[in-house]
Design a protein around this ligand. Structure first.
Ligand SMILES: [Zn+2]
Length: 180
C-alpha cells in the first residue's frame, strides 16, 4: 500500500574527490536511454535501474565507493527464445584513483576506477557493473519446450538428457554414422 519515495536520476559526471570529502550517498536511478550497451544486451528492462552509492575513505585512507545495483531484465530464453525475467542484484566496491599506479596500491576487494581529470563519467562505469552481473545465458526454470522438440536442437540444451547415460548416446551416434 505504501508508495515508495520517488528517486532522482543520478548525475552523469561527478567529482569523486568532493563526494568523498562530503561522504556523499546516493540512492537513485540510472536512465536506460543513456545505456546503449545494456539496451542491446537485454530484451527489455522492467522498472527502474536502482543504484545506491556511498562515498568515503576506507581504513587505509583510500577514497572508496561502495555500491549496490538492482534491476529486473527480460532476457531471451536459450531454449524457447521467449523472454525470461531475471532479477539482478549485486554489490561492488571501487577505489577512486587518478593513475593506474595508484590503482595497484588498492586492496584486492576494490576495483580501481580512474578519474581522469576533474570529473568522472559515472554512467559507463555503472553500466559495466550491470553487464558484469548479467547471466551469460538464461533459461526458463520450468520446462518451456518439450524434450521431444529440442532433442535435435543445439547440444547445450540436450546436456540434461545426456547426464542419464552419455555412453548410450555415443553408441547410438556411432551406430548410425559408422557405415560410411
Ligand atoms: Zn524458455
Amino acid at each position: 500500500m505504501s508508495i515508495p519515495p520517488s528517486k532522482s536520476v543520478l548525475p552523469e559526471s561527478i567529482d569523486a574527490r568532493k563526494l568523498v570529502q562530503r561522504e556523499q550517498t546516493f540512492d537513485g536511478i540510472l536512465p536506460l536511454e543513456s545505456l546503449a550497451r545494456l539496451s542491446s544486451a537485454v530484451e527489455s528492462v522492467d522498472g527502474h535501474i536502482c543504484i545506491q552509492l556511498q562515498f568515503g575513505r576506507n581504513l587505509q585512507g583510500h577514497r572508496v565507493v561502495s555500491g549496490k545495483l538492482q534491476l529486473t531484465v527480460d532476457l531471451l530464453c536459450q531454449r524457447c527464445l521467449k523472454p525470461v525475467r531475471e532479477h539482478i542484484e549485486a554489490e561492488f566496491g571501487w577505489g577512486i584513483v587518478w593513475t593506474e599506479e595508484q590503482g595497484k596500491a588498492l586492496s584486492k576487494d576494490l576495483d580501481p576506477v580512474i578519474q581522469d581529470g576533474d570529473e568522472l563519467d559515472l554512467y559507463p562505469i555503472l553500466e559495466d557493473e550491470i553487464l558484469l552481473n548479467l547471466p551469460m545465458v538464461a533459461y526458463h526454470q520450468e520446462e518451456c519446450v518439450s524434450k521431444e522438440s529440442f532433442r535435435f536442437g543445439d547440444e547445450t540444451t540436450a546436456a540434461d538428457e545426456q547426464q542419464a547415460n552419455p555412453f548410450k548416446v555415443l553408441e547410438q551416434l556411432k551406430g548410425s554414422s559408422g557405415k560410411s
